[in-house]
Design a protein around this ligand. Structure first.
Ligand code: ARG
Length: 579
């Protein structure tokens, strides 16, 4: 349990006993400044207002309740009323010491895996026969860290790689694949998917026979023609094996088993449309099937029509997402589904889900969340592109990261073996790219800048990875294996105290990330922890201290190392032991 929820429970009880409603919220927050204690209860004012009493008087009643019940004995050392009626809570040093000891000696740092939901996380979701672009990179990185955090807390996570593997473009792609196979005796080269797609399109636009054939193949594919299906599968397989290589390089947990592409939902679409028509949610409009939602208006203020089936019978991206919502609820039995895709798809997701709810495919209890994100920008503040204005290929981006990290690491000339050096470069290169993304609030655009992400100072992967090795090096210097440490943690110095408080707030950061899908909260937490550890280490000598103090401080250091490592791991960032 977090300190926050422990305090919530006790303060809530005291407030109820002092006259507040059963559902009253004490609004427990971490304090911003040490003079305001470690936590604050800010909920008194609004309750007092409701009850028509003076907030400071009500706060005093709450303190009296707590004093009588002794609920916070051994937890808080003192409580103070501040300002208009805030309650400042100062935690007890022994409580902090014991809690830190428990965290260090329990599995999973004492964090219970008490989440019980089945959560579908729709992320990465690249398109077949296209190169993964930077938008997919963001979705992949942020989505994967969300997967890790929710799994850590106990949820059953179903990874759904909503690959764009269906649509009319496949007629053209199959026809072009066939053409290439006919022209090349050897198996076709599809290493450059971007070029393949571009050339297919150019041929389609210039060669009428080819275009005719392509259109025929769309119809055949949709009616399940074996040849077309086999060609289609080949395109999917080639694309996904290239993507799989990227996932592995990126230390992302997606595998082939997680592919749940658009094609999966295709057979369900006619029924979806029929149900929506039967229920009167969708109407025929000029041959197409359209849903008008009052909450989505066009420029003239009239309800916007959302097409779910075109005049020619074809279905749309929205229809697929309605079916996906239904499938995730009815077939996968999910309690919650989260889609990681960019902000420009916000309206699309909102529309698909509003229709899914109206059609009865997704009850209100089934949580549908779009965790949108902003764009990745170049240093010029414009969408991230190559120097010549093309899309940046993910593989090239990662190669560059490795090249730059190699220069950086070699300039530091660390005392490592050749194998360790390779692992270190990989951890720093990939870590830097991922951490740069994860550490920014996902909804804002961010500037992709090699120099700042590969900096050893600031909220970066190299800084965090280095901070971890520094803590670990203390044990090497002391010649102590942390697993053999026993005895108590004793907190006397203010810096020890500050470190213990911060360490015990790890779970609060995780719970927030789990709720909002905002890994930057975890990055910010780890960054602050590393800073607080540095101040502790400067002020509180470890190796030269007397035996008991040394033993206690080594335990705090060990908990710090474990917390940093677990936290970075939940972000999908690798750590090394030496750098
Ligand atoms: N394939 C889509 C794209 O490249 C992203 C899919 C997001 N997920 C979803 N259920 N719509 O933009």
């Amino acid at each position: 349990m977090t300190i926050q929820s422990l305090l919530h429970t006790h303060l809530q009880t005291a407030m109820i006993n002092a006259g507040a409603d059963k559902d009253t919220d004490p609004v427990i927050k971490q304090s911003g400044k040490p003079q305001f204690g470690d936590y604050q209860a800010n909920g008194v004012m609004s309750v007092a207002k409701k009850l028509g009493t003076n907030p400071r008087e009500f706060a005093q009643k709450v303190l009296d309740e707590l004093e009588n019940s002794q609920a916070l004995d051994g937890i808080a050392e003192k409580l103070e009323i501040a300002g208009p009626g805030f309650i400042n809570i100062f935690l007890d040093n022994d409580f902090l010491a014991k809690s830190a000891h428990t965290a260090r000696t329990s599995d999973r740092l004492g964090i219970t895996s008490d989440h019980t939901e089945t959560v579908v996380i729709d992320y990465s979701s690249p398109n077949v026969a296209k190169e993964m672009h930077v938008g997919h990179l963001r979705s992949t990185i942020i989505g994967d860290s969300s997967v890790r955090v929710l799994e850590f807390l106990g949820d059953t996570v179903i990874r759904a790689n909503h690959v764009g593997d269906w649509g009319t473009q496949f007629g053209m792609l199959i026809a072009y694949l066939e053409k290439m196979q006919n022209e090349n005796a050897s198996d076709m080269e599809l290493s450059d998917l971007e070029a393949f797609y571009r050339d297919a399109k150019a041929t389609y636009d210039s060669d009428t026979d080819f275009a005719e054939k392509a259109r025929g193949y769309v119809v055949k594919l949709q009616s399940g023609d074996e040849y077309c299906l086999a060609m289609w599968q080949k395109l999917v397989a080639i694309t996904m094996s290239q993507n799989q290589a990227s996932y592995e390089r990126l230390n992302v947990t997606l595998t082939d088993k997680d592919i749940m592409g658009e094609s999966l939902y295709n057979p369900m679409l006619p029924d979806i449309v029929k149900t929506l028509k039967d229920k009167g949610v969708a109407v025929e409009d000029d041959g197409a099937t359209v849903v008008y939602l009052p909450e989505f208006k066009n420029k003239e203020g009239e309800p916007l029509g959302i097409i779910i089936q075109k005049k020619d019978g074809g279905f749309l991206y929205t229809t697929t997402d309605i079916a996906a919502a239904s499938y995730r609820y009815h077939t996968l039995h999910a309690d919650r589904a989260i889609v990681y895709s960019d902000t420009r798809q916000a309206q699309h997701m909102a529309q698909a889900w509003a229709i899914a709810r109206l059609g009865g495919f997704a009850p209100d209890t089934f949580k549908l969340e779009h965790h949108n994100f902003g764009m990745m920008l170049g240093k010029d503040g414009k969408p991230f592109k190559t120097r010549t204005g093309g899309t940046v290929k993910l593989a090239d981006l990662l190669d560059e990261a490795v090249a730059r990290a190699t220069v950086l690491i070699d300039s530091k000339n660390p005392d490592v073996t050749a194998d360790e050096r390779t692992a270190l470069i990989d951890a720093v290169a990939i870590g830097a790219v991922k951490y740069a993304d994860l550490s920014k609030h996902r909804t804002t655009d961010y500037v992709f800048d090699w120099d700042s992400m590969l900096n050893f100072e600031g909220n970066t992967a190299p800084y965090m990875q280095y901070a971890y090795t520094r803590v670990r090096s203390i044990f090497a210097k002391a010649g102590v294996n942390p697993d053999t440490l026993t005895g108590e943690i004793v907190i006397t110095d203010n810096k020890e105290r500050a470190l213990a408080v911060k360490l015990l707030q790890f779970e609060e950061a995780l719970r927030q990330v789990a709720k909002d899908g905002t890994p930057h909260v975890l990055c910010g937490y780890l960054y602050e922890l590393a800073g607080i550890f540095s101040s502790f280490y400067e002020a509180c000598p470890i190796l030269s201290a007397d035996d008991d103090t040394k033993n206690s401080r080594l335990q705090l250091a060990d908990l710090t190392a474990k917390t940093l490592k677990t936290g970075l791991d939940l972000l999908g960032i690798k750590t090394v032991e030496k750098m």
